[in-house]
Design a protein around this ligand. Structure first.
Ligand SMILES: [Zn+2]
Length: 334
């Protein structure tokens, strides 16, 4: 459930409190670190999801020093979730802290520049701030349980704001929508083809749009009937989360899932599936059968046809080449 709450001055106080702790831990190892309050809770008067976003800006090369300083406070490094220049940390300490997301960004990181530009723009312009709040409330009302649709609803406004603010690289992973996410799965499908596997690729996104699982078909390499791209991506995500439940996550895959994968998607509670090419022979999302309609416990929204042509072309090119190889008595290159 996506909740957008009215602005609460407590958010600024919460940031100050967390920031003071961070500063005292960082001061000896990374004295030049700058702690920024970013995201919607950092803009006075803006309705927001009540989670404090914090970016720690560090000089180049200071990441490991920052990581060990944060470790003393109980923060564990989680990786970059697919976003270059932004490392996520999770608070595992005993002392209670307000809900927050913590990232370490190197000075000059494009992601940090985007966060600061958005915040400063909204802080400086009440009309834009109020318009953004309106769009967020509208998105939460229209798509209370669909984080991808909610993010897509806000995307045009944020992109326009980046342009107005002169952010040089505003192609953020979250705001580029479905085709951008599918292109990640396509890259993995190409990798599969390179290794002689049927080219299918998949990624799993967390509820806030970060890539937490990657998979490509590895059936031949693993001699495993279950090593389809979707299963590989869901296993990767589950290992990262330490939980097989992928509630709120979305899965992008270049080919319509088969019955085995559709079953696993439903069982792991993935909230949304986006696939590229349809599979009239074995597809279980309506191409051949529709398990998502058949099973009463399937709470997954399914959308097909995303970059379908490009996804399908990979498969037809792969099989055409295989047939050509089979027809030739001596393999090319031998
Ligand atoms: Zn499958």
């Amino acid at each position: 459930m996506i909740t957008v709450e009215p602005y609460d001055p407590q958010w600024a106080a919460d940031f100050e409190k967390i920031s003071a702790d961070l500063q005292s831990a960082l001061i000896s190892l990374v004295p030049d670190a700058v702690i920024h309050h970013v995201g919607s809770t950092s803009v006075p008067g803006l309705a927001a999801k009540p989670v404090i976003d914090i970016d720690i800006e560090t000089p180049r090369g200071a990441f490991f020093a920052a990581k060990s300083a944060l470790g003393t406070l109980g923060y564990a490094h989680q990786g970059d979730y697919g976003v270059t220049g932004r490392e996520a940390f999770k608070y595992l300490g005993a002392a209670p802290r307000p809900r927050h997301h913590l990232y370490v960004c190197e000075s000059g990181s494009a992601e940090l520049a985007r966060h600061l530009a958005l915040r400063d723009r909204l802080r400086a312009d009440d009309r834009e701030r109020d318009e953004y709040a309106r769009i967020k409330r509208e998105g939460a009302r229209l798509y209370p349980d669909d984080i991808d649709a909610y993010i897509a609803h806000k995307a045009a406004f944020i992109l326009a704001l980046y342009k107005k603010a002169g952010v040089p690289d505003f192609a953020s992973r979250v705001y580029d929508g479905y085709e951008h996410q599918m292109s990640r799965a396509i890259a993995l499908a190409k990798e599969a083809a390179h290794f002689g596997e049927t080219p299918v690729g998949a990624v799993v996104l967390s509820p806030d749009g970060a890539v937490i699982g990657r998979g490509r078909n590895r059936r031949e390499a693993r001699s495993d009937v279950a090593a389809h791209a979707e299963i590989e991506a869901m296993r990767d995500a589950a290992a990262r989360l330490g939980d097989w439940r992928l509630t709120g996550c979305s899965l992008y895959v270049t080919l319509e899932p088969c019955a085995m994968c559709a079953g696993a998607i439903i069982a792991s509670r993935v909230s949304a599936v986006y696939f590229g090419a349809a599979d009239k022979l074995a597809g279980a999302c309506g191409g051949r059968v529709n398990l998502f309609m058949e099973l009463p416990n399937a709470g997954t929204a399914v959308t097909g046809g995303i970059l379908a042509e490009e996804c399908g072309r990979l498969l037809s090119a792969f099989f055409a080449e295989r047939r050509r190889d089979a027809d030739e008595p001596v393999r090319r290159g031998d």
